[in-house]
Design a protein around this ligand. Structure first.
Ligand code: GLN
Length: 517
């Protein structure tokens, strides 16, 4: 077995015993990237030199007998939505193509302090808006299990790079499913922590009441390891919660006695693909055979979750993205050309004596904003800004935004009630396995409906994990969704780990063309 086939936990054991160096591991993953990323497109940038230098520095520390951090020289890839000091942080948008943040996100500082080796930044839907990674302004990412299909999104690069064994661990963000969906479609494990569990300082904001950062990895054990490093209170993010972070890796093996699992009646309804349903039901039987009690529950407002999410998320996005004005930072339209065009128009109107036209002419600043934003943002981002601006505008605010906030409360109440009866809620992550690239790109509504099972987790602020639970006949991975009450990531990880001890879906690896050759 080559190094790149091993889990993070297995690699860490080899590092600790001196079997292998971080430089050797890093080199092995970098070679995989060189070999496969041309096809997969998981990375927007690979930091070969700096990764090897970090690995060597950690090896030196270890050789010298100095204490080594929790991730002790393991490569980690990071979604390009997280600020890395002095390094490009693009959010897969033209708007931020040349942006180099002057500071590190808190999770980046934590990764560095834990001696992770940062190998590069991964592709995503522009500003994390999307579910297929086709909305990247730079290139789509392809699913390592079938290169004609999407990897899911918006953390598609982060999921695909783990699935293609180009990094053992990655960090993504999840506003409505963006960690869990690509994890499911790429056959790996991905966890969205509770709102407040992980600091978002330095995460480029999409919808601030929904965004969370979390780990992607092959196994629950590896996700537990990475979450231990990412999680925790941060005075720089007032929404992070000051609660102790459990040692997830240590409690992982504890038994889950009398586990009660709820199946959401409304999620096993129309729209759910037969093969996905069969795999999920089989996974539930595995839990039953391990002693869990399974019962049907109802989340009566879940049918409104997609509509509610697609009001609230765009409203927040329209406000968050107002900062990209071409003045403060990021892309700016060619100002000279713009002023020349403005003057030419003015002259024309003056010659024609068109007073009304002259009055309607933008001033230079408004024109700068308009041109910058229309050139810098892609079509999906513009759609969200327009939707959000509309839903927040006078006369519509009550009917849309305020109504959505009320429904959000009802969605949360449904979960509170359900968690009075059960410990975990299980179901599918996505309605179907990965679809072909381009299949939904002209149909935003179909794309939005793909988020049917994941958005309520974010609306309610609770935690959720996607665990590999089977494959379609065509060889595409299927994910099992487990949700827990707030701050019960430990329970999620233990259940996922128990499941992975009883199954081997998480051990399957895709065969990429260059492997076969
Ligand atoms: N697919 C959802 C959207 O497009 C979720 C995205 C996310 O979680 N960042 O908004």
């Amino acid at each position: 077995m080559s190094l790149t086939d091993l889990t993070a936990t297995a690699l860490l054991a080899k590092l600790a015993s001196g079997d292998v160096t971080s430089a050797a591991i890093t080199e092995a993953f970098l070679r995989r990237i060189e070999l496969h990323d041309g096809q997969v497109g998981a990375f927007l940038r690979v930091d070969r030199e700096s990764a090897l230098a970090q690995a060597e520095a950690i090896d030196r520390k270890r050789r010298g007998g100095d204490p080594v951090g929790r991730l002790g020289g393991l490569p980690v890839a990071v979604k390009d939505v997280l600020c890395t000091r002095g390094e490009p942080t693009t959010c897969a948008s033209r708007m931020l193509e040349s942006f180099r943040p002057p500071y590190d996100a808190t999770v980046i500082s934590r990764l560095k302090a834990a001696d992770a080796v940062l190998v590069g930044k991964t592709n995503m839907d522009e500003f994390a808006m999307g579910g297929s990674t086709e909305n990247s302004a730079f290139r789509p990412t392809r699913n390592p299990w079938d290169l004609t299909r999407i990897p899911g999104g918006s953390s598609g690069g982060a999921a695909a790079c783990v699935a293609a064994s180009m990094s053992p661990l990655s960090v993504g963000s999840d506003t409505g499913g963006s960690i869990r969906e690509p994890a499911a479609l790429c056959g790996i494990t991905g966890l969205k922590p509770t709102y407040g569990r992980v600091s978002r300082y330095g995460l480029v904001a999409f919808a601030s009441s929904l965004d969370q950062i979390g780990p992607l990895a092959w196994t629950a054990e590896d996700a537990a390891l990475l979450l231990e490093v990412l999680a925790g209170y941060d005075p720089a993010d007032s929404t992070s919660v000051n609660l102790p972070v459990p040692r997830y890796t240590e409690t992982l093996g504890q038994p889950l006695e009398n586990l009660r699992i709820g199946l959401v009646r409304e999620h096993f309804d129309q729209g759910l693909d037969g093969e996905v349903e069969a795999a999920v039901r089989e996974a539930i039987r595995v839990f039953e055979s391990l002693g869990a009690a399974v019962r049907w529950i109802s989340l009566p407002h879940s049918k409104y979750a997609v509509a509610t999410y697609y009001i609230i998320a765009p409203c927040e996005a329209s406000s968050n993205l107002a900062r990209y004005d071409g003045v403060h930072f990021g892309y700016r339209t060619d100002q000279r050309a713009m002023v020349a065009e403005l003057e030419a128009q003015r002259k024309c109107l003056e010659q024609a004596g068109d007073e009304a036209g002259l009055d309607a002419l933008d001033n230079a600043l408004v024109r700068l904003y308009r041109k910058t934003r229309s050139e810098g943002f892609g079509p999906e981002v513009k759609r969200r800004i327009m939707l959000g601006t509309y839903a927040l505008s006078a006369g519509y605010y009550d009917a849309y935004y305020l109504k959505a906030l009320k429904v959000r409360r009802l969605v949360r109440d449904d979960f509170d009630r359900a968690f009075g009866e059960v410990d975990l809620i299980a179901g599918p992550v996505t309605p179907t396995p990965a679809f072909p690239l381009g299949a939904k790109i002209d149909d935003p509504l179909a794309m939005y409906l793909f988020d049917l099972y994941t958005v309520s987790t974010n609306l309610a602020g609770i935690a959720g994990i996607s665990v590999p639970c089977g494959f379609s006949r065509g060889g595409l991975p299927i994910g099992l969704h487990l949700q827990s009450p707030p701050f019960e990531e430990e329970r999620l990880l233990r259940a996922a780990h128990r499941f992975q001890q009883a199954t081997d879906w998480h051990r399957r690896r895709p065969r990429l063309a260059a492997d076969v050759a």
